[in-house]
Write a protein that binds this ligand. Structure first.
Ligand code: FES
Length: 190
């Protein structure tokens, strides 16, 4: 049986940084990602165990600290992990709050799922939260309140043939896992 536990990352909020530091770090991150993509597409595969650091300097506010790698790999359930971050683009910088669902794949890689339904973007909820009778079978799935889409606990569409939930690439720095809240990765299969 898979449950969802709520975990708050308030102890791990992103550091406040200056715009100059943000731009510098973002540029390094962009160059790093471009380099990785140019070198091999394999490194960009979701769940890669390769080390991909954040580089030196302050961490951009949109890079969210998820937790210790070993702890995340030991998850045998799905955790809703709330976060606070800083949305930044060329014109705006503003604090945002959000959450992701986190669990592990069979091979031990960390799975970070967006809660946005891949139909029209409503926020999904665990079946155990919304109280649908199907949850009594002991299997967790996610339910969309808008048009009834369901996704299993790894984000695969169950009933409407939609794309899998968007995933975030785990970024591993030392023994800690981060993700970029501004870069959900669209999945093209159910
Ligand atoms: S937005 Fe989720 S089913 Fe339509």
């Amino acid at each position: 049986m898979v449950n969802v536990e709520v975990f708050y990352m308030s102890d791990h909020l992103p550091d406040k940084i200056s715009r100059r530091a943000f731009l510098g770090s973002s540029a390094k991150l962009a160059v790093g990602i471009a380099g990785l993509l140019a070198g091999t597409t394999g490194l960009f595969v979701y769940g890669a165990h390769k080390h991909r650091g954040l580089g030196s300097g302050a961490r951009p506010g949109h890079i969210v600290e998820l937790g210790e790698l070993e702890w995340l790999r030991s998850l045998n359930t799905v955790k809703r992990m709330n976060y606070e971050a800083v949305y930044e683009d060329a014109w705006n910088s503003k604090p945002v709050k959000g959450f992701v669902f986190v669990t592990t794949e069979a091979d031990g890689s960390v799975l970070i799922m967006s809660p946005a339904c891949t139909h029209l973007g409503c926020t999904i909820a665990p079946s155990t939260d919304v109280g649908f009778h199907e949850a009594k079978d002991g299997q967790l799935y996610f339910q969309c309140p808008c048009h009834g889409a369901q996704f299993d606990h790894r984000g695969h569409s169950i009933n409407l043939g939609l794309n899998r939930l968007d995933l975030y690439e785990p970024i591993i720095e030392g023994s800690t896992v981060y993700f970029d809240m501004m870069k959900p990765i669209r999945q093209t299969e159910a």
